[in-house]
Design a protein around this ligand. Structure first.
Ligand SMILES: [Zn+2]
Length: 311
């Protein structure tokens, strides 16, 4: 007998949008949409927008004649047991919010919530670049660096899910200050924001006129400052990732975030530096690859929380 395909609501809460999707257990998106949240949105306004999003997915499922198995939500911040505890700096008042309780009450469905980067990493394991792997490190490179650890087929976030902050791994103990209050973190050197800052300083350009696309284009054209900055950027990433390889011996390290879509050359540069610095015996079974879910990683990962947790 073939197993009946299940369906879940996948919600990806970001700083400016709520992305939503109806996702099937075999990895298809049957409906998707996004709702804007203003930069000044209050906690109650964000909660209301999430509710509208879930309702839209539910209506779409009803039209298709599908029953929802549950609701998965990826949110910024530290999340434990369905509650956003805090640490979401880009959303006003986003702390001490029992998201699981709120929406399981409203929709009468099981609700699973985890940190946005964790959810994206899980999505890549369940539906994306690292399918069939049990041990994976996921890194998303953007304005910051987020990460996820999948260990023995489960997300690992440390005690009460407060860890897995892979962007705040120290690469220089006397280094530059980081947004987290620490110093010398990988994020401070190897985020896209850090790359843009380094390039603008080196080339004397107005930072407002520089973005990741511009640097990648200049790199491809062989412009020396861009070549230097991209080598530095991927060298830092390789350093950080090598330490994760030595610690976790993952089967795959998956690189996501906007800049990871620049091309295979970008992944190859990170891979070169990773293997230069990782202990060979730790890296025997490791590959470094690009993420494949792109903008859908958040919603698909959120839905995968449901499929992983509901028997
Ligand atoms: Zn930091």
């Amino acid at each position: 007998m073939t197993k009946k395909v299940r369906y879940a609501a996948g919600i990806d809460l970001g700083g400016t949008f709520v992305k939503l999707a109806l996702v099937s257990e075999d990895g298809k998106i049957l409906f998707s949409d996004k709702l804007e949240i203003g930069s000044k949105a209050t906690r109650d306004e964000i909660l209301k927008t999430l509710s509208i999003g879930i309702q839209k997915i539910k209506e779409s499922a009803d039209i298709h004649g599908f029953e929802l198995t549950g609701i998965g939500i990826g949110s910024p911040g530290i999340i434990y047991d369905g509650v956003v505890i805090g640490g979401a700096d880009n959303l006003n008042g986003w702390a001490n919010i029992p998201l699981g309780e709120i929406y399981s009450g409203e929709f009468n469905l099981p609700v699973y919530v985890d940190n946005d980067a964790n959810v994206m990493g899980l999505g890549e394991v369940v539906f994306g670049a690292a399918q069939d792997c049990t041990d994976v490190i996921f890194i998303t490179v953007g304005t910051g660096i987020g990460g996820a650890i999948v260990m023995n087929n489960q997300l690992y976030g440390g005690y009460k899910n407060r860890g897995a902050e892979l962007g705040h791994f120290t690469v220089d103990h006397k280094g530059i200050d980081c947004n987290c209050g620490g110093r010398g973190c990988l994020e401070a050197y190897a985020s896209t924001s850090a790359l843009i800052k380094q390039y603008a300083e080196l080339s004397g350009m107005d930072i407002e006129k520089v973005d990741g696309h511009y640097i990648v284009d200049q790199f491809k054209a062989g412009e020396p400052n861009a070549v230097y900055c991209m080598e530095e950027h991927t060298d830092y990433l390789g350093h950080g990732i090598a330490s994760f390889v030595n610690t976790f011996a993952p089967q795959k390290v998956v690189i996501g975030g906007g800049i990871s879509e620049a091309g295979q050359f970008y992944i190859d540069m990170i891979k070169k530096y990773t293997f230069r610095y990782a202990m060979p015996d730790c890296a025997v079974h490791t590959d470094v690859i690009g993420a494949t879910l792109g903008n859908n990683a958040g919603c698909m990962g959120a839905a995968s929380l449901v499929f992983k947790n509901v028997n």
